[in-house]
Design a protein around this ligand. Structure first.
Ligand code: NAD
Length: 295
């Protein structure tokens, strides 16, 4: 029988571990981790993400700091907000909610985040270190880190396995492929210019699907016993549902369940892990800043 990997439950477990560690940090040194979020404009989805990050901080006992800037803000003003948080000793993680308005250069803004506080792992220095052997990034971006954590906590052996990553974006596909290599998997990255996707994915022991195409990965694309991590979050029309749409992944779940040994559902798979990893990165940053290490 196929095991459904319960990302919601695993994320809860991670958050419980973090909350306990925060409790011990507070008793030992009277400090807790702090996460700062800079939001620009009023995109509904970004506002929702920022609110859930704030709520997650409260759940585990972090302080959260939020700055909302209007759509018309200048690049300089965003960078200034970032620099203030970079200097604030109560703040251990600084992130700028993406995407930014079109007149802003994302690379410059993301590059202004201190690499010691880059808990999103988007700073080119952290990405570069992730790509280099023998180097360690200070932080790895949260969604791909969450995928690996799901594999590890589900007892999946990664070393020596063949993994296929569908998608090569900066936020998911590319760092996921680099992380799998660091776990000693053999990695194939496929993308929108790959002609023979089904054939390649059929070779995979582990599939990470991050293309943003609903129902793309069919049962016939999978090797029997494969482990499938579905990163896709796609909104499709559904007149029967309350808000007129439904969220589905990149994998045809019902079909894949008949072939895969383990699979993440959407929703309730990778999604909840992303924020859990953000909290984990922020805790790590605070521990470094305070020199607080247990054992
Ligand atoms: P993106 O659009 O930046 O990148 C998509 C990648 O998939 C590209 O590299 C592209 O080459 C490839 N691709 C697109 N169509 C393809 C096709 N037909 N066949 C093969 N490859 C194809 O998207 P992204 O930001 O990487 O996100 C991917 C998916 O993951 C989206 O559904 C997104 O909503 C979701 N996502 C989820 C989380 C989360 O769970 N927290 C976080 C980020 C993204």
């Amino acid at each position: 029988a196929t095991n459904t990997i319960d990302g919601k439950a695993i994320a809860q477990e991670v958050k419980r571990e973090i909350a306990e560690e925060v409790g011990r940090m507070r008793s030992a040194i009277g400090k807790v981790p702090g996460l700062a979020v800079v939001l620009v404009g009023s995109r509904k989805d970004s506002e929702t993400y920022v609110r859930s990050k704030q709520r997650a901080c409260e759940q585990v006992g972090f302080n959260s700091y939020n700055v909302s800037l209007p759509e018309t803000v200048t690049e300089e003003e965003i960078v200034e907000a970032v620099l203030r948080f970079n200097c604030d000793p109560n703040v251990h993680g600084v992130l700028v909610q993406l995407p930014l308005p079109r007149h802003i250069c994302e690379e410059r803004v993301v590059g202004s985040v201190s690499i010691q506080k880059d808990v999103d792992g988007f700073h080119p220095m952290n990405v570069g270190r992730l790509a280099m052997q023998g180097r360690a990034p200070l932080f790895v971006s949260c969604t791909p880190k969450g995928c690996i954590e799901l594999l590890l906590r589900s007892g999946v052996q990664i070393e020596g396995k063949h993994a296929v990553v569908i998608g090569r974006s900066n936020v998911v596909g590319m760092p996921a492929a680099l992380l799998l290599q660091r776990q000693n998997a053999t990695v194939t990255v496929v993308h929108s210019h790959t002609p023979n996707l089904p054939e390649l994915t059929r070779n995979a022991d582990i599939v990470i699907a991050a293309a943003g195409v609903p129902y793309m990965v069919q049962g016939s694309w999978l090797k029997p016993g494969a482990v499938v991590i579905d990163v896709g979050i796609n909104h499709i029309e559904d007149p029967d549902s309350e808000n007129g749409y439904r969220v589905v992944g990149d994998v045809y779940f019902a079909e894949a369940c008949r072939v895969a040994s383990q699979i993440t559902p959407v929703p309730g798979g990778v999604g909840p892990m992303t924020i859990a990893m953000l909290l984990s990165n922020t805790l790590d940053s605070a521990k470094l800043a305070y020199g607080f290490f247990e054992n």
